[in-house]
Design a protein around this ligand. Structure first.
Ligand SMILES: NC(=O)c1ccc[n+]([C@@H]2O[C@H](COP(=O)([O-])OP(=O)(O)OC[C@H]3O[C@@H](n4cnc5c(N)ncnc54)[C@H](OP(=O)(O)O)[C@@H]3O)[C@@H](O)[C@H]2O)c1
Length: 287
């Protein structure tokens, strides 16, 4: 009997040149810095996808759009809006289909933040609202708004950026961790609901990564933000972007559902040893 997915043994199953060549437009939320910006660069460079870049800082999005369209000959649409505002999300994407050369096949739900780091009895309620409204409701608004196009386009793929914080709680991480647990739960739920449409749903949960994340969490306190990454080598935005690229480039029948990634000194959201505390293994190099 012929196998359903008979690939030649010589062809690497981890690469899908068809996916790379298939014309597509990708929406990346939170593309004005950090992971989102790195993912935009990766998708432009490796896939040549047209891009829709979102965030509140329109000047940054416009500069990135100009750079990537000039360098790769792709169309890049910067859309500046606050993802917490459902009406703003709907307005930003209304009529977008008419402006696209290629079908919308990719949605990277990345926009998000941690605000503050306080015990549950001392948390700032406006911080809680902002995290819930951005990380959970913003992801839902973008997904709900774009699903009609994703369902129509074929070969669609949604990538949700969660966090190790959503997998294990850590002290004072309460509401941020809860929003990322929600991203984990919603990713599982979306995967079930979207099966009939053949839409892949991948959740990627990174550990500590050096971006503007801590600067935002500590409200511009640079010393406190830098201290987070002292003594070990955290993930870089590029590491996350490469992982997203890997997931998008897999064969059409393969979906990475759930992926946790950390730097080598981190086991989960609270066990992270400093590099100086690691005893190097006795090693005999091959002669
Ligand atoms: N860095 C880490 O250690 C880490 C680890 C695990 C998961 N994550 C998650 O990864 C995602 C990206 O974070 P990052 O590390 O790249 O941080 P970042 O550099 O601060 O980037 C966050 C992005 O989200 C956008 N954003 C935030 N609030 C928004 C709003 N209300 N409306 C529209 N866009 C908004 C920001 O754009 P504007 O400010 O221009 O609006 C920015 O582009 C987040 O979901 C974060 O929770 C980060």
């Amino acid at each position: 009997m012929e196998k359903k997915n008979s690939q030649k043994e010589t062809s690497p199953s981890c690469d899908n040149p068809t996916a790379r060549r298939r014309p597509a437009t990708a929406v990346i939320t939170g593309a004005s810095s950090g992971f989102g910006e790195a993912i935009a660069r990766r998708l432009a460079h490796s896939f040549g996808y047209d891009l829709i870049l979102t965030g509140r800082r329109g000047d940054r999005l416009a500069a990135l759009a100009q750079e990537l369209s000039g360098k790769y000959g792709i169309e890049v649409h910067p859309l500046a809006f606050d993802i917490q505002d459902s009406a703003a999300v709907a307005t930003a994407f209304s009529g977008i289909e008419q402006r696209l050369r290629h079908p919308l096949r990719i949605l990277i739900n990345n926009a998000g933040l941690a605000a503050g780091l306080s015990s549950i009895d001392a948390g700032d309620i406006s911080d809680w609202d902002q995290m819930i409204d951005t990380n959970v409701k913003g992801l839902l608004y973008a997904t709900r708004t774009l699903l009609p196009l994703l369902k129509k386009s074929g070969y669609a793929h949604i990538v949700n950026i969660g966090s190790t914080a959503g997998k294990n709680m850590y002290r004072n991480g309460n509401v941020y961790a809860a929003t990322k647990s929600a991203v984990d739960a919603l990713s599982q739920a979306m995967r079930i609901d979207l099966l009939p449409y053949g839409i892949k749903v991948t959740a990627i949960h990174p550990g500590a990564a050096e971006t503007e994340f801590s600067l935002v969490r500590f409200k511009g306190d640079e010393a406190r933000a830098e201290a987070v990454y002292e003594g070990f080598t955290p993930l870089a935005a590029q590491d996350v972007a490469d992982t997203v690229g890997y997931c998008l480039g897999l064969p059409d029948h393969v979906c990475i559902n759930d992926l946790v990634m950390t730097c080598v000194t981190q086991a989960n959201s609270f066990y992270n040893v400093k590099s100086a505390d690691i005893t190097p293994p006795a090693r005999t190099d091959p002669k």
